[in-house]
Design a protein around this ligand. Structure first.
Ligand code: ACM
Length: 547
C-alpha cells in the first residue's frame, strides 16, 4: 500500500476521532493538532509531565532530546533530564530512530502516549521532530510560554498517532526586499513554519527595491543596492506625478554570518531555506549598484515605488558570469538542492530597444527576447547543474523554452505548472488564485489594512487542491507540493506580515500535510480555536477569524 493511500485510509477514520469529544476530553482538553494527523486513535488515561520525567534518547536522537527539553523547560519550570545510557524506566519520553518504520517515509512518525510513557519513533530524525511538534500541541497551550507558568496541569491525552505528510514541498515564501525584515523576525517565522510541519522557507532576497544578501565579490550590491532613499506611500499608482513619498531612507541586508545563522536555525527545525536571486528582471537594485549590468549605461537608483521595473540585466556573457559569481557565494551559504533564480516579470522593452541586445539575439541564433531570456536562464541552469544543484524559477521561464533541469514554480494560476509537469519537469504550485497571502482576507477592504488587491479568505485556502484535476495521472508525481507567497509591498514590518500570514498558513499547512479526503473545514475551524490560543501565546498578530 502506498503511503498516500495509507494516509487516505487512516485519514478517513480520523473524521470520527478528531474534533469530536474523546474520552480524554472529559478531563478538559481536546485534541487540536494542526496539521491534522493521518491517523489518531484515542487511548484511556493521560500522560503527566513531571519534574522527574526523563527524556531517553539514542545517538540518533540526542540533539532532538535536548531540543525537546528546550521546548518543555521554560513554561513548566522543569529542568528535564536527557539520558542516553541505560534502560528507559520511570515517567519518561522516549525518542528513537527506528528503521523498521521505513514505511512512514522521510518525515513520518509514530507518537504513542500512555499514562507514564510517551514514545516517539520514526525512521528519520525529521519524523521524530514532527512527533515532538505534535506532542507540544497535545499539551496545554501554555506550554508555548517562554517563562514559568504556574497552576497548569502539564498533561496530554493518551493516544496513538501514526502520521506522515502528503507532499514533500510544504513551503512559505517571504519577500524581504520590498521591506527588509530583521533576522529575529525571520527566525520567528521559521519557528512558526516548523510548528506547522512546513519544511521549505523560500527567501526572496533581491528585488528592484532592494538587494538583501552580502556578496563579498561585489560589495556594492549591499553598499548601494540595499538602500533606497524613500518609499512611496499608499496604493501603487501608474501616474508618477501622483506618487507621494515618505522621505525616509529604507533598507538593510543580511551579512553572510547572518545568513549562516538563519540557515542553521532553520536546519535545526528541519526547514530547508531556498534562496531566491532574481534574474534577469527585478534587478534594478543590482543595476543601480553596478550600472554595467544594465542596458542603458546610465546611473539609476534603487526603485522607490512598486510595480515592475523595466531595468533588466543585459545579455552579455560578462553579466551571466557576474550572476554566476553571485551564485557561487550563495551556494557556499545555502545547502539547499534547489536554488531559485526568479525569472518572473522580466519586462523586455529595454532588450527590444537596445541595439546590443538585438545584436545578441542574432549572434546567439535566437528568435526573440523570450528566447534571449531562456538563453540567460539556461546558462544559469548549466552552472547550477554543474555545481550539483537544481534551478527553480517562476513560470515565465517556460516562455522561450524551458532549461533542461529546471523546476517550475507556477504562480500565474496553474497553467505553467500543468505545462511543465506534462513536459516531465517538477513543479511547485504557488498560484495567485489560491495562495497569495498578500491578497485581502475580506471583501470589505475598508476594514482591512491596505493590500495589493485580490481576495483569498481562509476557507478558500483550506479548499485549495495542489494537484490540478485536469493533470493526467502519469504526471502527478511531478507536483512536489505547494507554497504560500508573502510579497511585502504593503507589509512594512513583521507584525503586518503575521497579520497577512496567519491563520492562512495554518490552513495551507493542513492542505500540504493531510490527506485530501481527511480535510473538513468545519472540523479544522474547531481545532483552529485552540491553535489561535497557541498563536496568542507566541505573540503572533494573526487576523481574527470571523464567522
Ligand atoms: C510574482 O508574483 N511575480 C512571482
Amino acid at each position: 500500500m502506498s503511503m498516500r493511500l495509507a494516509a487516505a485510509i487512516f485519514g478517513a477514520t480520523l473524521i470520527f476521532t478528531q474534533g469530536i469529544p474523546l474520552r480524554a476530553q472529559r478531563a478538559g482538553s481536546t485534541v487540536s493538532i494542526i496539521p491534522r494527523p493521518a491517523s489518531l486513535v484515542p487511548r484511556a488515561g493521560r500522560f503527566t509531565l513531571t519534574p522527574r520525567t526523563v527524556i531517553w534518547v539514542d545517538r540518533g536522537t540526542a540533539t532532538l532530546g535536548r531540543q525537546l527539553a528546550g521546548y518543555l523547560d521554560p513554561a513548566t519550570g522543569f529542568d528535564l533530564t536527557v539520558r542516553t545510557a541505560g534502560t528507559p524506566a520511570g515517567n519518561r519520553i522516549v525518542l528513537r530512530l527506528d528503521p523498521a518504520l521505513a514505511r512512514l517515509g522521510d518525515e513520518g512518525y509514530l507518537l504513542d502516549v500512555r499514562p507514564g510513557v510517551v514514545s516517539i519513533r520514526a525512521p528519520k530524525a525529521a519524523g521524530v521532530f514532527y512527533g515532538m511538534q505534535s506532542l507540544r500541541q497535545l499539551l496545554p497551550v501554555e506550554i508555548f510560554r517562554e517563562a514559568h507558568v504556574t497552576g497548569v496541569n502539564w498533561t496530554a491525552p493518551a493516544l496513538r498517532i501514526e502520521d506522515s505528510p502528503r507532499f514533500a514541498w510544504r513551503g512559505m515564501h517571504l519577500d524581504v526586499a520590498r521591506h527588509f525584515m530583521p533576522k529575529e523576525f525571520v527566525k520567528k517565522f521559521i519557528d512558526l513554519l516548523a510548528l506547522h510541519k512546513m519544511n521549505i522557507f523560500h527567501w526572496h532576497l533581491t528585488e528592484d527595491q532592494g538587494w538583501r544578501i552580502a556578496i563579498n565579490k561585489y560589495p556594492r550590491l549591499t553598499q548601494v543596492g540595499a538602500w533606497r532613499k524613500e518609499t512611496v506611500v499608499g496604493p501603487n499608482v501608474r501616474d508618477s506625478s501622483q506618487r507621494v513619498f515618505d522621505g525616509k531612507r529604507h533598507g538593510g541586508f543580511y551579512t553572510q554570518d547572518d545568513v549562516r545563522e538563519i540557515v542553521a536555525y532553520a536546519k535545526a527545525r528541519f526547514v530547508n531555506v531556498v534562496p531566491e536571486i532574481e534574474m534577469p528582471g527585478h534587478a534594478q537594485a543590482a543595476i543601480s549598484a553596478y550600472p554595467e549590468l544594465g542596458n542603458t549605461g546610465t546611473q539609476i537608483g534603487v526603485r522607490t515605488f512598486w510595480g515592475v521595473s523595466e531595468h533588466i540585466l543585459n545579455p552579455e556573457n560578462k553579466t551571466v558570469a557576474f550572476m554566476q559569481g553571485v551564485l557561487g557565494e550563495v551556494l557556499t551559504l545555502f545547502p539547499s538542492r534547489f536554488i531559485h533564480i526568479g525569472g518572473d516579470e522580466a519586462v523586455k522593452t529595454q532588450w527590444k530597444s537596445s541595439p546590443r541586445a538585438q545584436e545578441r539575439i542574432r549572434e546567439l541564433g535566437l528568435k526573440d527576447e523570450h528566447e534571449l531570456q531562456s538563453w540567460f536562464i539556461r546558462q544559469i541552469d548549466t552552472y547550477l547543474t554543474q555545481q550539483g544543484r537544481r534551478l527553480i524559477g517562476w513560470d515565465e521561464i517556460l516562455e522561450g523554452g524551458l532549461a533542461p533541469n529546471a523546476t517550475v514554480m507556477s504562480w500565474r494560476g496553474i497553467e505553467g505548472g500543468l505545462a511543465a509537469a506534462r513536459a516531465g519537469h517538477d513543479v511547485v504550485m504557488a498560484p495567485n488564485t489560491a495562495v497569495y497571502f498578500d491578497y485581502y482576507q475580506s471583501l470589505d477592504k475598508a476594514t482591512e489594512p491596505l493590500a495589493i488587491g485580490g481576495f483569498i479568505p481562509l476557507d478558500s485556502v483550506y479548499a485549495y487542491e495542489p494537484v490540478p484535476a485536469e493533470l493526467e495521472p502519469q504526471f502527478v508525481k511531478h507536483i512536489l507540493g505547494a507554497q504560500g507567497q508573502l510579497w511585502t509591498e504593503y507589509m512594512p514590518n513583521g507584525k503586518h506580515v503575521e497579520y497577512m500570514a496567519f491563520p492562512r498558513v495554518s490552513a495551507l499547512a493542513e492542505v500540504l500535510w493531510t490527506a485530501k479526503n481527511a480535510r473538513d473545514f468545519g472540523e479544522f475551524r474547531a481545532r483552529l480555536e485552540t491553535h489561535l490560543r497557541r498563536l496568542d501565546v507566541l505573540d503572533v498578530n494573526y487576523r481574527p477569524v470571523r464567522p
